[in-house]
Structure formats: C-alpha cells, structure tokens
Ligand binder design. Structure first.
Ligand code: F6R
Length: 244
C-alpha cells in the first residue's frame, strides 16, 4: 500500500486527479472504474476543470461504474448513473457509449452481476479503479461481512450506509439493495486509487491501517493488492501516525 498524505483536502483531490490523468495520458484507451459519493464530487469538478483547460482527449477511454442502487426509476436523482451524468459525462461532453453502468433494470435481475462481469471481461478489465471508503469500511457497496472472493452481485445495504447516502431524501426513499462490483472483481484491477477525506473517515482509515483481510472492514482486503494507493487529507489521517 502506498499512502499519500496531503496537507489539505484540495491537495488530496488534485493528487487523485493527477494520477487518473497520468494514466489516461500514458494510455489513452484506458478503462477507468468510477466511484460516486460526496468524496468524489470535487474530484470530478477538478477533473472537468483540468480537462477543459488542457488538451488531453478522453475519447478513447472507457468508464465502468462501480455500483448502482436497485429499485430506483431510470433517471432518479439518487442514482449513480444520474450522478455521473451530472458531474462528469455531460460537463465533458462524453458519449454514453463510453460508459458501462451496472444493469440494474435487467430482467432477470439475478443475472445482472454475471452480465456486468462479462462486459468487464470483454473490455479487458479495469486499468485504474477509483474508490471511496464508507465510514464502516465498505468500498463499492461491499459491506462489512463481505467475502474477499465475492464478485459482482446484488448486495444488501447496511443501515449506516443508507443513512449516510440519503442526502436530503427521506430514509424510506433510499433503496435497501444495490448491484456492486465484487471484492475479487475490484482486486483484479491493475491499479487501485482510494481517496478518503474528512473526519468521518478517520476510524475506518485507522482500522484499515491496523488490520489485514478483515471482513469487519472490507477495505482491509485492498492492502493485498500490489498497486494500491491511498490518498488522505489530514482529517481522514487524524487517527493514525503519519507525517506530511
Ligand atoms: C460509491 C461507492 C461508495 C462510496 C462510499 C463513500 O460509488 O462505491 O463506496 O465511495 O460510500 O461515500 P462518500 O464519499 O459519500 O462518503
């Protein structure tokens, strides 16, 4: 695990974006896995700003979404598809054909995980996967208790995840289930890049530091990956001892 401790949240975001852009610059046809959530909002904002100011083209790149809620109508504002359209696809005028979305409206739904894995294999796997971390140590929607060898499948969301993700919605409107890339699936990516910012992530980061392959905190599984970079701001790093 490589750790990058930034001195501000803005610096952590810039470091993250720089690593993604370097990947695309060196390999324009990269397959990039995208995460959503509040942590990633400034990442997409910075990415869009830098892309508009520079000359790097994303036309040959392909993007896989990490996860998606089940049971929301198409275009629902909480859906990760609409999130990525708002924050990334539309601002950069990318084509929807450059994206793969978890097929949550497929029937039968129990085949959706395998179908998404097939699409992933067809694209040759992920070159760089962006990841956030939940307060309970989840990544993607691989909640505590997940097996290291799980693959893309329907998952039950932990109560704390539904609460953290509801934003301004009533809790009752937040789905109980999602389709998430599995842990083994994610570990097959060539490079993993996790960004954790803010005080609310400090306990999960502390646990990640002190444990290995522990289902109580799925992010501990990432430490076995040979190319796993963790970018932290001072608040997320506040319960571990690291120097800038
Ligand atoms: C989202 C995802 C989740 C989030 C995590 C942190 O696609 O996969 O694992 O990265 O829940 O969310 P925020 O950044 O909102 O704290």
């Amino acid at each position: 695990m490589r750790i990058i401790l930034s001195d501000t949240i803005e610096a952590a975001v810039k470091t993250t974006v720089k690593m993604v852009l370097e990947q695309i610059e060196s390999h324009p046809d990269s397959v990039i896995g995208l995460a959503t959530g509040r942590t990633m909002e400034p990442v997409y904002a910075q990415w869009v700003t830098e892309a508009k100011a520079g000359s790097l083209s994303f036309k040959q790149s392909f993007f896989f979404m990490l996860d998606e809620y089940l049971g929301l109508s198409e275009g629902h504002s909480l859906s990760f598809k609409s999130y990525i359209e708002r924050h990334f696809l539309i601002p950069l005028s990318l084509s929807p054909d450059q994206f793969a979305f978890p097929p949550v409206h497929h029937h039968p739904i129990d085949k959706a995980g395998d179908d998404y894995e097939k699409t992933l294999r067809h694209r040759g796997g992920i070159d760089l996967q962006l990841l956030g971390i939940g307060q309970n140590g989840h990544f993607g929607f691989n909640e505590p208790g997940s097996n290291k060898f799980c693959r893309t499948r329907i998952v039950q969301l932990a109560p704390e995840t539904r609460e953290a993700n509801r934003g301004s919605l009533n809790l009752a409107e937040v789905p109980h289930e999602a389709l998430s890339m599995g842990i083994e699936t994610i570990l097959e990516s060539k490079t993993l890049l996790m960004l954790a910012t803010g005080k609310s992530k400090a306990n999960a980061i502390k646990y990640l530091f002190n444990h290995h392959d522990d289902p109580a905190c799925p992010a501990t599984y990432l430490k076995s990956h040979p190319h796993f970079t963790l970018v932290l701001d001072p608040e997320a790093a506040s319960k571990i001892s690291l120097k800038i």
